[in-house]
Design a protein around this ligand. Structure first.
Ligand SMILES: C[S@@+](CC[C@H](N)C(=O)[O-])C[C@H]1O[C@@H](n2cnc3c(N)ncnc32)[C@H](O)[C@@H]1O
Length: 311
């Protein structure tokens, strides 16, 4: 795991423009900072998706239970499961026969979520898996039980458009006919509102991005000076991409183990894409990856869409 982290960091900082993969944001400090982000006034995404799930939980659970047969409820990138619990509670109350299998690259996220669920929902069967999205899909191919996959929080927006189609097509191939996916998309809206979600006034999102440099220092023996980088988000309403950068404030050399990296003044490191969609684009993505759209669920302000797809 640490070898892959090191390999990806060295490759990313050697590329032009320099980049780091956002999946490495989530060590235990990153998980904590992301929980703070979810509570920020500017970060409407969590509140909006919570409303979608809470308002539509009865219908969503009816649709995913189908014929009352047992199923696996897999969740890719589960995080702290804050919104998922709305559905889990509903399913447990209905005595649905299912096992919840949260999958996350963060060890800390999986262990805390599992521990917390055992306390909060003692009737729930839970089996957490620490894995990366693509390798988790490979593991799915052997499952004979019916699958329902959750991919919430607009995690899909962290992929480039091409990679999103590859991921969803591979997921589709690994599923059985009739299996379902409930997938959350942050929708296009006033660009100012989107940008503010990644540029909060209290600086938590900046700290979240800078924590990856700190993680490189701690785990890979780097010497990033965090004060010499500043967080800079942009939103492009044509591509629908919110992009976050860390910008080097000066000419500097950063050492990571035996590798050294030169930064010119104001040179960026690309940290994250958070793509926004409209419902036509999400329908096109379903078709391009082999799924049929069953139903759309929106919040009252149409900030967010959770859409149910079927193989
Ligand atoms: C933005 S958080 C969202 C969490 C949750 N889905 C929600 O809506 O609140 C993304 C989560 O996905 C996990 N994650 C990110 N990239 C991943 C990857 N490539 N494979 C597995 N998990 C990943 C992170 O560790 C983190 O817990």
């Amino acid at each position: 795991m640490i070898q892959q982290f090191e390999k990806d960091v060295i490759a990313g900082l050697s590329s032009k423009p320099k980049q780091l993969a956002s999946r490495y944001f989530y060590d235990s400090k990153g998980d904590r900072l992301f929980q703070q982000i979810m509570g920020l006034d500017e970060y409407y995404l969590t509140r909006s998706e919570y409303e979608v799930l809470d308002t539509n939980k009865a219908q969503i659970c009816r649709s995913i239970r189908v014929d009352e047969s047992p199923f696996n409820l897999l969740e890719f990138g589960a995080g702290d499961g804050f919104k998922t619990k709305v559905l889990l509670r509903q399913l447990v109350e209905q005595d649905a026969r299912f096992t919840y299998r949260p999958i996350d690259i963060s060890d800390n996220a999986i262990s805390s979520l599992t521990e917390n669920l055992l306390k909060e929902l003692p009737g729930l069967h839970v089996a957490g898996i620490r894995n990366e999205y693509f390798s988790a899909i490979k593991a799915l191919e052997n499952a004979s039980t019916r699958n329902v996959v959750l991919f919430l929080g607009s995690n899909i927006g962290n992929f480039t458009d091409d990679r999103a189609v590859v991921f969803l097509s591979e997921l589709n191939e690994a599923l059985h006919p009739g299996d379902m996916v409930l997938i959350g998309f942050d929708l296009k809206k006033d660009p100012r509102k989107i940008l503010a979600a990644y540029d909060d006034s209290s600086g938590v999102t900046a700290a979240f991005n800078l924590n990856l440099l700190d993680r490189i220092n701690r785990e890979l023996g780097g010497n990033f000076d965090l004060d010499a980088f500043s967080h800079y988000p942009v939103y492009d309403p044509i591509s629908g991409q919110a992009r976050s950068y860390l910008i080097s404030r000066k000419q500097q050399t950063v050492q990571i183990g035996e590798h050294s990296f030169e930064f010119r003044p104001w040179e960026p490191i690309h940290m994250e894409i958070s793509r926004k969609f409209d419902p036509y684009e999400t329908d096109a993505l379903a078709a391009a990856s082999g799924f049929t759209v069953v139903e759309h669920f929106f919040d009252s302000e149409r900030n967010f869409l959770d859409t149910l797809w079927k193989k």
